[in-house]
Design a binder for this molecule. Structure first.
Ligand code: SF4
Length: 404
């Protein structure tokens, strides 16, 4: 593989080819911290020896963007880091979190061995003593209080295999009291999308950001929450795509958008239903596609009857004229419309309905199942999707089989 820096200006095939090379070596979650890639910087070749050790490709363990870098390994130790310019996700860049991994990995505050509190003082104990104590306690608690007396708290930072094994361990213990961060993160996305078209995950790759004609960002601030992904978003804008940001707050993402509309918090459903109602009233729904591909669409239209412009303006605090304007933007740019959200959409008591309203708008604009249009669901933790698919969830078994 060439060590030449690559542009984010990749076509789909090149991106997938480059992505396939991005396996690398998982190195226990840390590396040293050179920050953002420097233009014209030098990238050491694979397997080259640096001053201290061997350079290997690895992936930042913090968030779902999955940025790559080259870690320097000496024996079993992580001793350095260099940019991985040809990685298609980040082109050598890292955000402040990825750039500070070395500090976290080697922090003197990091717990590196088991400790036991004895007489008010933390004492270091051996791994074998810790394992024996933990298993003895688990057995005692189950014997005295039953298996449901223990809550098994997993993690979206587990690898797929760890997540699967953790779920199985809880089941072996005899309980389904097991969960992880997705419960308060994108669990409403999983249920909202799965109940709309069967599977609860984003429909597009990062690469597909360059194909949107309209990117509608609602309840998400990628410029700060997923800063490296913003490079892809801005590449799409550079290619002529338009960004509309709707949010209660004006954020750094709003500053990059072509339009910003302030909304009343928690009124996403009314807004999306209002936009769909406007499309219908303008005769802009693809009747053939909806009849052929979408079961139950007539039921949606019964609901749309409730969302006239005045009602939606009253609920959302977005003016009647602005809602019409947003509807016109959807008409002008469909079907290559991508809708992006994160916690601002999910973390509501009606979060699942928010997500369903985004998904229905995707169907109403014929944007699903194609490059350019779709749902850009920005997950949080590094493997929150994999952990949800395979692991620690109280209500489902690995692979979304019901526990019932
Ligand atoms: S954007 Fe995410 S994956 Fe990339 S460096 Fe930052 S935390 Fe790591």
């Amino acid at each position: 593989m060439s060590s030449e820096p690559v542009s984010l200006d990749l076509d789909r095939r090149s991106f997938m080819k480059a992505s396939a090379l991005a396996g690398g070596l998982a190195l226990g979650g840390g590396a040293t911290g050179h920050a953002l890639a420097q233009e014209g910087g030098e990238e050491p070749p694979d397997g080259a020896l640096g001053n201290e050790g061997e350079m290997v490709k690895t992936v930042c363990n913090y968030c779902s963007v999955g940025c790559g870098f080259k870690g320097e390994r000496k024996g079993d130790a992580f001793v350095g880091q260099e940019p991985w310019f040809e990685n298609p996700h980040n082109n050598g860049s890292l955000c402040s979190k990825g750039a500070s991994i070395y500090g976290t990995e080697h922090s003197e505050k990091r717990l590196k061995h088991p400790m036991r509190l004895e007489g008010g003082e933390w004492q270091k104990i051996s791994w074998s003593d810790a394992l024996a104590e933990i298993t003895d306690e688990f057995e005692r608690i189950r014997r005295e209080h039953g298996p449901d007396s223990v809550m098994w708290m997993g993690s979206a930072h587990f690898a797929n295999e760890e997540a699967y094994a953790f779920r199985k361990l809880a089941a072996l213990y005899g309980t389904t009291n097991v969960d992880h961060q997705a419960r308060i993160c994108h669990s409403t996305t999983v249920s909202g999308l799965a109940n709309t078209w069967g599977y609860g995950a984003m429909t597009n790759t990062l690469n597909d950001y360059r194909n949107y004609d309209l990117l509608f960002i609602i309840g998400q601030n990628p410029a700060e929450a997923h800063p490296i992904s913003m490079q892809h978003i801005l590449e799409g804008q550079k290619r002529g795509g338009k960004i509309i940001n709707v949010d209660p707050r004006y954020t750094k993402t709003s500053a990059h958008a072509d339009e910003f509309h302030r909304m009343r918090p928690g009124t996403d459903v009314a807004l999306m239903m209002g936009i769909m109602r406007y499309l219908r009233d303008q005769g802009e729904l693809d009747r053939g596609m909806l009849a052929d591909r979408v079961q139950g669409w007539p039921d949606v239209e019964v609901e749309l009857d409730k969302y006239d412009l005045d009602t939606v303006a009253d609920i959302t605090w977005i003016s009647r004229e602005s809602i019409k304007h947003l509807g016109d933007q959807f008409i002008e740019h469909k079907p290559n419309i991508q809708i992006e959200w994160a916690m601002g959409g999910t973390q509501h008591n009606n979060g699942t309905q928010n997500i369903r309203s985004y998904a229905l708008t995707g169907l109403a604009t014929s944007g699903i199942g194609r490059a350019g249009g779709g749902m850009q669901v920005m997950r949080g933790h590094a493997n929150v999707q994999g952990a949800t698919d395979l692991g620690p969830n109280s209500h489902i078994l690995p692979g979304y089989y019901s526990v019932e």
